[in-house]
Structures are given as C-alpha cells and as structure tokens.
Ligand binder design. Sequence first.
Ligand SMILES: [Mn+2]
Length: 430
Amino acid sequence: MTKTSISAELIAQHNQQHAARVRLDYESLGEQLARRHVDIDRLKADVARFTVAVPSWGVGTGGTRFARFPGKGEPRNVFDKIQDCGVIQQLVRCTPTVSPHFPWDKCSDYVELREHAQSHGLAFDAVNSNTFSDQPGQALSYKFGSLTHADPAVRAQAVAHNLECIEIGKKLGSKAITVWIGDGANFPGQNHFRRAFERYLASNQQIYAALPADWRMFLEHKMFEPAFYATVIQDWGSSLLAAQSLGDKARCLVDLGHHAPNTNIEMIVARLVHAGKLAGFHFNDSKYGDDDLDSGSINPFQLFLVFNELVDAAQSGASNFDPAYMLDQSHNVTDPIESLMTSAITVQRCYTQALLVDRVALTAYQDANDVLMAAQTLKQAFHTDVTPVLQTIRMEAGGVVDPVVAYRASSYRVHVAAVRPTSGPSSGIV
Ligand SMILES: [Mn+2]
C-alpha cells in the first residue's frame, strides 16, 4: 500500500470539479488532431509512458549565489525529501524516480531508505557524487580540484567517494552514477590543460572499472563556475572525448543550463545521438548562466526543439538511444514542490508537442528546400495546446487535473512546517 500525503478525498473532489470540462477539451483537441491524422488516444498512450526523475536536492530551497533564504517546512533529511518527492509523484504521476546526491543524502540504513521510497511509490534514479565541496571532517580539501587535482592523494580520495556512491547506489537500486566536477582554473597558467584532462581520464577509469555490468556512467559537462577561466570538462566535446575513451558504459549528460547563452543545445543533442553517447538530461532553464530556473520558464521553444531531436532519434531507431530524463533546478523564491511539479509537466508537454511534429512533411520540406514550411511544421506542433491530454493522463493515473491548485488546497506545506523546523539542510548548485 503506497503512503499518500494528499488525501484521496481531496483528489477526488478536485478532479470532480474539472472532469466534465477536461473531457470536452479532450474531445475538441481530438477532433483537431484527427484533421492532422493524429489519433489522440494513441498520443495519450505514448505520453503516459513518459517519466522524468526528480532531484532529491530540488525539494529543498537552494538559494542564490549570495545567500540562502530558508523556506517553511523544508525537508530535514533524505527521508523528508522522499516524502516531498512522493507528493509530487502523487499529483503529477510522471515522476516515479528520485535522483539522490551524496553526501547530502547520506543515511545509516539504505535498505530502510529504499523501502521508505517504495512506500511512497518511488524508486531511485542515477546517484550523483559530490567532489565540488568539502564536507565536515574530510581529510583533504577539494579547493584546487578533485578527480584532476595535482596531488594523487586528493584524486584517490575523490575516486574513493565515487566508489562509495556506486556501493550506495547498488543498495538503492540505481543503475547509473552522474559525475560532475568543479575542477578547473580561475587564472591563466593555473592548470596545465592537457595534464588535467589526462588526470580526469585516469581517475574516471578507476570509477568506470567499479561499475556493475548493467550500470552507466553519466559525464556532466559545464562551461564555467566555480572555475571562471577554464573548466576541465567544459563542453560536450571534452565530455564526448572522455566518454569515448572510457568505454561503452560512459555517456554524456546534457544539463541545459551548462552552456553559453544562445548555444544551439538541440544540435549538441543531435551530435551526441549520432555518436551513440547521449546519457540523458538535467532539465532546467536559464537566461544568463547556470540559473537552474524551472524548465521552460524562459525558453520553452528550446526545450521543444530538444525533444524534437529526441523524438526523431527514437522514431528513426537511433542506436544506443535510451536517454535518462532528470530535473535539476534550484529554488529560492518559489515552493520547491510547486516548481518541480510545474517543470515535470512542462517537460512532459514538450515531449507531447514533439510527438505531434509531422515528420513525413518535415522531411519533404527539408529535401525540397522549402525553408518556411519546414519551420512552420515545427511551429504547428509547438503551438498546439496539449493540456487536455496531460490532464487526462494525470486523472486516469490517479493524479490531479491541476497539481498546484490541489497541492495548495491540501495545505501540505503548512502541515510539514509544523513538524519540520525552519532552516533545513543547504542544497547546492549542480
Ligand atoms: Mn546538473
């Protein structure tokens, strides 16, 4: 029996208020799509299988680069975080997994943690290691790097932490480890570029060697920050070189915020698909840098174009194509649960819109150099309001028509604030 934080009565009452209207909207959209030779029920069945993982660190209040403003009822530990993730899944029904982060999510009994997650209807996605900040009692500092540090003893400590993450992940049922390092240089001359990259490969070879047969290693690149002059794995090219050097289990993870403004991320996705090396995504949005804003809040068309590449890859049978979808965002001025639900639905929406692209027509326009109609074909799919499909999927799966409205009506935050003191654990920026 799955533990539920939002009452069945509230969910039933909420859906009852909206059910008739949603049915009419769904029928109307169905007629519209039928004229485009799209079967709405088939579309709904495809979208109902789509899921995206929630980051455990996302349910806490992150903060700006300058300060952290604690929210009410923030999770005190990983068990509280799982409870919050359970609320998200209960209402949106497309987030059945959680991506944990260590040492932030360390606990004394991982069997108990896995059972706790299962009791909330959740399983674990990729584990994330952290060698970009020092922990209390840590023997050696990562101030000047971790996996690529000049001192072999620091590198060994960073490798050992990643191996520990794999061991924890095995207990939790994870099948992948995500490695992001902050290593790099703030000044020209600080690092030897080639030697730092070679040390990265050598350290990661040791982590790679410890992967179970059915595991993958996700390499996450990031252009800058905390290193402001040069980061060791700064772009998809470095990431791809590393993944190709390490072996089949190593793939490249794309965090949408880890690129320069206006970078053509959808084309990076296409290149990684071509190479059979796309690990998956950390979805978020940004205006200037690694802003970790809610998915699609700034540039939903970009998110749609990323999914356009993904749907194209899936439908054309691209090899080694099995991307992992995860949210990665940080909240400072919104309730994290509301933001994560909104992001999950936005990602699901863009996937749905990408399924609506008339690919036969698009290919014909591309081959005929009909530029305007090719662009219009994408825009037609992007402009389609698929809300009734998403609402119907949620209702049929036991979720709610409008998750934010139902969440607020439940007063969940007020209830947990009564038992969780203000100022929970600090979440980081990944
Ligand atoms: Mn990330």
